[in-house]
Structure formats: C-alpha cells, structure tokens
Design a protein around this ligand. Structure first.
Ligand SMILES: [Zn+2]
Ligand SMILES: [Zn+2]
Ligand SMILES: [Zn+2]
Ligand SMILES: [Zn+2]
Length: 802
C-alpha cells in the first residue's frame, strides 16, 4: 500500500538486475539525490511506461453510468431488506460513478436520502434531497422527495419550513397532475399524517438541535510555545549530534497534559485493499466497503453521505467545501492521475501532494531553495545534518542565555528560530539516503520519474499554474521540464523521507454486529501523513506520551509524570507490550536505521532469558510452566516431562482456528453453539497455555461477548474480568487497551444493573481513557452518560424521609 504494487516493484527490480555493472555503481554511489534522480530517470524507457500504464488500467477510477446503475440496483436490494446502512454505502458508490447533472446522480442522491431518513440522519437526508434537486431530479418523482423533506423538517422541529414545503407540494399537485390515481392516494395519506405532525409541533417551541459534536477547536493548549507554534510551553526543542532534534520537558508534566496539537502538513487517505481488476472480468464492480468509502478524502472525517469529485469516482468528500479546498490545493492536478497514484502507492502520492502544497508557500523561496542548493553546493540537497555544524548549535534549554553562539537556526526552523508546520520543516526531515538499498532508491527514483512524465504529458503544468500571481512572475522563467526536474528531486526526497517520517493516522473502529450490546473496538489505519512536530520525537519502546487523532489533527498527551528535563518519547510502532526485544530491535534497525537503547531494550538485553515469559506453555501433567527452545522441559520439581515446541505450536494453531470458528458463529447470531465451542476452547487452553497467554484472554473476551448477547450479564462480567487481567499483564494498567476493556466492563455492569460495580468501573475507565484521548472522546462521553443515569437511580443518602 505504501510502496508501489508488487508487479511494478518486481519489474523494476528485474530492470535493475539487468543493468550493466558500471551503471549500477554510478547510481549506487550517486553523491546527491539530484544525481540519483537524473541518472535513474534517463533509464526510464517508453516500454516501462507502457507496462505501468497497463497496470494502472486495472483501477476503475473514472465515471461510468453502468456502474452507477449497478450500485443503485444493489442498494435498492439492501433497502428492501431494511439494511439501510448497507444501502447508503452502495448508493454512495453509485453517486461517485455518475457524472454531475445527470439523472443517474440525482436518483442515487434521492435514494440515499430515503436510506438516511430511515437511519434517523435527518440533517444529512435534507442535504441529499437538495443535491438530488440541483442535479435535475425528474419532475414526476418530485412529490415523493418533497414529502420526505417535509417529514424531515417536522422531525427536526422546523414546522414553518415543513408547512412551506407542504404548500409547495400542494401547488405542485394542482399544477401538474402527473401522478397516477393510486400514487396520489398514498401521497394524500402521507400528507395528512405529516400535516398532523406539523400541527403538533407548532404548539411546541421551535427546537434547534444543539450542536451535538463539540468541535475540536475546544481542545486547546494551555500556553502556546513561542518556538513551536502547535506545542505547549511545557516542551522545548533541542538538537544534539547523536540524537538529532528532540523535545524535552521544561517543567514537570502531569499525566494527561496536552503537549502538542498539530494538523498534518499533508495526509493521504489509504485506499484500503483495492486490488486492480483484471480486464474482461464479468463483475467489474465490487461492493466491498473500504475506509475510502466512509471518510472524507481531505479532512478524513467519517461521513455517511459523501459528495464525489466531478471528474473521478475515487475522490469523495464530506462536503462541498472540502471538495473545493482539495481541488484548489491539489486535486485539480491529481484528478486525472488516480489510477497511476494507486499503482505507485501511498508514499508516492504523499510525495506529490507535499510538492503541490509547497506551491502555496513562498514559491520563490521554495524554488530558490531547491535550485540553489542543487547548483551552488555541487547540486546537493541537504541530506543529513552535518555533525560539525550541529555541534555549533547550542542547547537552548530555558535558563541558558540565547546570546551564546547560536550560529544557524536548527534545521527546519526559520531565521527567527521558529519551527513552523510548513514546507521548510517538511523539507528538512531526514531522507536517510545513505541507508536505503540501491534497489529501493532506484525503484523510488523511477516511480517519481514516471509520475513526472505523466504530469508533463498531461500538460498539467502542475507546478507553474498561477497560484499567487505576484509571487510566481519571477519563478515562471524556467521551462516546465527543467522545473519539473527540480520538483522530481524534491518528490524523491519526500519518498525516501517517508519510510522513517510517515505517521499513520489511526481511528478506532467499532466492530461486531448491531445486536451486540457491548462495543468491540479495533484500531485501523486510516491515512498516511506527515507531522513536522510529531516527527521531532525520538523513539522508545516504552513511550511517555500517547498520540491520538481527530480527523487530520494529532494530539499528544503525557502518559505518565514527565519530570522537567526529561526527553519526550514517542513509540514508532514496536512497543514493548507487543513484541520481544529481538523483534523490536530488528524492526527499528531495518525501517528506521538505528539500534534501540531505550530502558526496556537495555533491561531485556541484560536479562535475555528471564523465564518462559507471558506467552508460555505449561506441562500437561503437573501444570508447571515449560522452558527451553526446540524441546521444552517441565520446570516442576518432581516432573520429568518434555515435549517438542513444534507439537505445542501446532496445538496452539488448532486452538486459534477453533476460536476463530466460534467468533464467526457469534457474529452470525448462533449464540448457544458459539458459547459451547468457546467453553471447550477455554478448557483446552487451560491444559497447555499459561494463564496470562493472550489467547486465553481472547477466549475470555469472546465468552464475555457471547454471554452479553445472551443477556447473562453476571457471567459476561466474570469472563470480562478475566480478560481484563490478561490485558493488564500484557499492556499495563494505564494502557489504551486497558481503557477499552474497562469501557466494555462498565457497559456490562451497566446493562446488568450492578450499580456500585458499574460506577467504580466507569471511574477507572474514565481515568485511563482521559489520559489518552482527553475529554472529547466518544467513549468518555458515553461513560459520563452512563454515570449520570446510574446516579439518578441511586437512593439519595439523607434524602427526604417518607
Ligand atoms: Zn471533509
Ligand atoms: Zn477527481
Ligand atoms: Zn527499545
Ligand atoms: Zn510437569
């Protein structure tokens, strides 16, 4: 997904292996990114471009009336089955495949409005009705739409507008009796019903639905940092030859304190699993739903009713405003390149978009920076921070005087030493050119070259389009292709930077069936983004902050007490609770090019064989834990048992398959069968796995879900508490995983009316989740609602005596 599709990857790797040794050497030893780019792009042949074009041809990204019809019919089917959510998503797909101002699009919008009505999404339903009308909804069908509009307005407590709609409708009837007699009767009946509702509502004061979703702007930094505008004054930026740039606490920081609130400089929604379709396939259109169907391609907000780009079928937005913004800033260039960008992968897409966004800053300065550094310093873009230079920088901790020789600002900062969320900061993120393999660099360079050729061929003049007329006059002079080369080098730089600097934007997705009364959550990757401030943080396998996302905004909160002077650490992925030390260090070495020496790594390295660990097997005779490598022997005092690891591993795999089968039954509502199978799994697990094994926890969690679905809250709570114990052993008491599990337990106690237990659990869950997410999180608000509901049920101590 991040890198180009496999077919292109292997094609380029083969091309590389067939290159004469001398050329391979020239490319491998290229001193600068500019050399690397120029040497490689000369090797891109027309047949390579043809091959790439064939690969891209598999992606359906254009408009197609047949697809529109296909999705609308599929949607209608779901609608009839009363699966309104499923219908909504399919109508959305229909919308994106129809051209603007066509009957197709208006029908899809109208049908979607009906599904949204049933989902109780009245505001969104009204929007879709307007959209259907502006795109030319057929006159003869208008009455149905107007009635729905009136019903929405009534439900929303807007009776005046509803009456207006009804009188429009009545005059519509009078003027054009286009409806059949039977239809007319149905309409008349509905109309009467709505009129009654309008009368009822009119006697009530007009209710304005309070803005339900408190906007994120409400969350603010207590005191803004002068040097880093989106960070709090509790941190400061430092630099050192070994660590590079990093952030340090300027005062004692309490758990939950907001340290950074940063909007991504650039973000690209992950397309999800979207394999190119082979040609000539019968059923070309898939009805699979990906995050690309449910989230705005610009702001990433979840939306049930996206509006599509007028020119393609893959870019969808939450609103007209987002669509316009995206178009103005980058999509006007990207629109015709959709298939190519899907083929070349998300990193290439982020690289292009970063370059396109750079045009909105001081273009002169950007071009000057790119050209200047290419020509003056022997065609060299800053590749890494020269340690000799860095030594001249002073640690700028508070208390120290700034008048001591601060020779150059820290890379990425402006002349005033300010580190802004801008292209300059992005440009200075390290590409680690010397660490990437020659093959990888060749793949990136050829992919970017192919993209540049396409930009050129499309005559898009992407980078000379007049954005800021005054600024661009001076930059217009270089011919397009020369300038395109400059941007090509910049894009190559971004592509190489992304391996270490891309940040995944994740979201919590609620899984499980609708009937499921307890919420199961799963973290999913939504987009790939660049956050210049977040990128300043170094890694630890046991970080002291937690990062969460709302749309494209990242918030960093302290996870624990951070003392003044301590460094702020982010986890790049390999967390101590998820991987062993060897696996973590291997991953960090290969992806991020460093050896981790964080405290957990040091600790685990000094005591490499600290017992069998959490995921241990146990002896079937005496139940003591087994130890050893290929052959495990029992640690019990008087037991001589030994067993091969392969045997235990295959037994574990069998068990996992059984658990999977039980989960599937649970999803399909076959509760008794699922429970029975899970109880068998539980006793099997007990016979050979340690009590803290993650599979044991998973079984307990699933059992809790099954009992909840059966309405046996007491049993559900017992199993959930077992699962909670395993989660705590693996992730720690204040982990986000623990927070989600406590949330579930609170729901179970709440549903089972166990008031005191529910209140204590709510308190615990709130405490953990607040640290990670802050007060505006959905789960926290849900917990607060439960709490106030429970407090109403409690007898008031010392209350009025009857
Ligand atoms: Zn949006
Ligand atoms: Zn488009
Ligand atoms: Zn580590
Ligand atoms: Zn034993």
């Amino acid at each position: 997904m991040d890198l180009p599709v496999d077919e292109w990857k292997s094609y380029i790797l083969q091309k590389w292996s067939l290159l004469p040794k001398s050329i391979q050497v020239t490319i491998s030893t290229a001193k600068t990114l500019n050399d690397l780019f120029l040497h490689s792009s000369l090797l891109l042949q027309p047949e390579d471009e043809m091959f790439l074009k064939r690969l891209s041809g598999g992606y359906l990204v254009g408009k197609d009336p047949d697809a529109s019809l296909f999705y609308r019919e599929k949607g209608n089917k779901k609608f009839q089955e009363k699966d309104y959510m499923g219908a909504t998503v399919l109508y959305s797909k229909g919308v994106s495949h129809s051209g603007p101002n066509s009957t197709d699009i208006s029908l899809c919008y109208a049908n979607r409005s009906a599904a949204l009505f049933h989902l109780g999404q009245y505001e969104t339903c009204l929007k879709d009705i307007v959209r259907a009308q502006t795109h030319g909804y057929p006159e003869r069908l208008q009455p149905k739409l107007l009635l729905r509009k009136a019903e929405c307005l009534v439900t929303l407590g807007r009776p005046q507008e509803a009456s207006q709609t009804i009188s429009d409708l009545e005059s519509n009837f009078a003027a054009k009796p286009t409806v059949s007699a039977s239809q007319f009767q149905i309409l008349q009946r509905t109309l009467c019903r709505v009129k009654v509702k309008v009368q009822e509502k009119k006697n009530l004061p007009e209710i304005f639905p309070e803005a339900l979703t408190k906007t994120f702007e409400g969350v603010d930094l207590r005191e803004e940092n002068e040097q880093i505008p989106c960070a709090s004054s509790s941190v400061s930026l430092h630099i050192d030859p070994l660590k590079g740039r990093y952030l340090v606490a300027t005062k004692d920081i309490l758990p939950g304190e907001l340290l950074v609130k940063e909007d991504a400089f650039v973000s690209v929604l992950n397309p999800g699993e979207m394999p190119p379709r082979p040609h000539g396939l019968e059923n070309k259109w898939d009805i699979q739903v990906t995050s690309g169907d449910l989230h705005c391609h610009r702001c990433l907000r979840r939306t049930l009713a996206p509006v599509p780009c007028d020119g393609c079928s893959y870019a969808k937005y939450c609103s007209q405003e987002c669509m316009q913004q995206a178009w103005d800033r980058y999509h006007s260039v990207e629109c015709s390149l959709g298939a190519l960008l899907l083929t070349l992968g998300v990193f290439c897409h982020v690289a292009l978009r970063s370059a396109l966004l750079a045009r909105f800053e001081d273009v002169d300065e950007v071009i000057e920076k790119l050209c200047g550094e290419m020509s003056k310093q022997g065609i060299c873009l800053p590749e890494s921070e020269d340690p000799a230079q860095i030594l001249k920088y002073d640690l700028r901790g508070e208390g120290e005087k700034k008048d001591e020789a601060v020779v150059t600002p820290i890379p990425g900062c402006d002349i005033n030493g300010k580190y802004e969320r801008n292209y300059n900061a992005v440009f200075h993120l390290l590409p680690h050119t010397e660490n990437h393999s020659p093959e990888h660099k060749f793949l990136c360079a050829l992919s970017v070259s192919a993209l540049c050729r396409q930009l050129e061929a499309a005559g898009l003049q992407a980078f000379t389009t007049d954005l800021k007329p005054t600024k661009l006059k001076a930059a217009e002079t270089p011919v397009l292709c020369a300038e395109l080369n400059v941007w090509g080098v910049a894009m190559l730089r971004h592509m190489l930077q992304l391996q270490c600097n891309a940040q995944a934007i994740t979201t919590i997705q609620h899984t499980g069936s609708k009937e499921n009364l307890i919420t199961d959550t799963q973290q999913v990757r939504l987009a790939t983004a660049v956050f210049p401030v977040l990128s300043l943080l170094n890694h630890s396998c046991s970080p002291n902050i937690s990062v969460s996302f709302i749309g494209t905004i990242a918030t960093i909160r302290a996870l624990q007490l951070i003392r003044r002077g301590q460094e702020i650490f982010h986890c790049y992925g390999p967390h101590e609770s998820r991987m062993g030390v060897a696996e973590r260090r291997q991953k960090l070495r290969s992806q991020y090019f460093f050896d981790c020496n964080c405290p957990p790594c040091e600790r685990e390295r000094q005591r490499p064989s600290a017992g069998p660990g959490r995921e241990a097997f146990r002896c079937h005779c005496c139940r003591a834990l087994l130890q050893g490598d290929d052959v495990l022997s029992c640690g019990g005092p008087a037991c001589m048992e030994s067993v091969s690891r392969d045997l235990l591993v295959s037994r574990l795999q069998d068990l996992q398959r059984q658990v999977g089968a039980a989960q599937k039954r649970l999803r399909n509502g076959r509760l008794e069968l699922a429970t029975q199978l899970l109880l068998e799994c539980q006793s099997d697990a007990k016979s050979f796995l340690s009590a803290d094994h993650s599979v044991v926890g998973e079984i307990e969690d699933t059992l809790a879900q099954a009992y909840a679905a059966l309405g046996d809250w007491e049993k559900s709570a017992t199993h959930l508490q077992e699962s909670l114990r395993v989660v705590e052993v693996h992730h720690g008491p204040s982990s986000v995983e623990m927070g989600h599990e406590l949330f579930k337990l609170a729901q179970v106690f709440f549903n089972g009316c166990a008031i005191p237990e529910a209140l204590t659990t709510i308190q615990k869950a709130e405490k953990v989740l607040l640290v990670h997410y802050g007060p505006w999180n959905d789960e926290i608000r849900e917990l607060q609602k439960m709490k106030s509901c429970l407090l109403d049920l409690l007898p008031i101590p010392g209350g009025p005596k009857e």
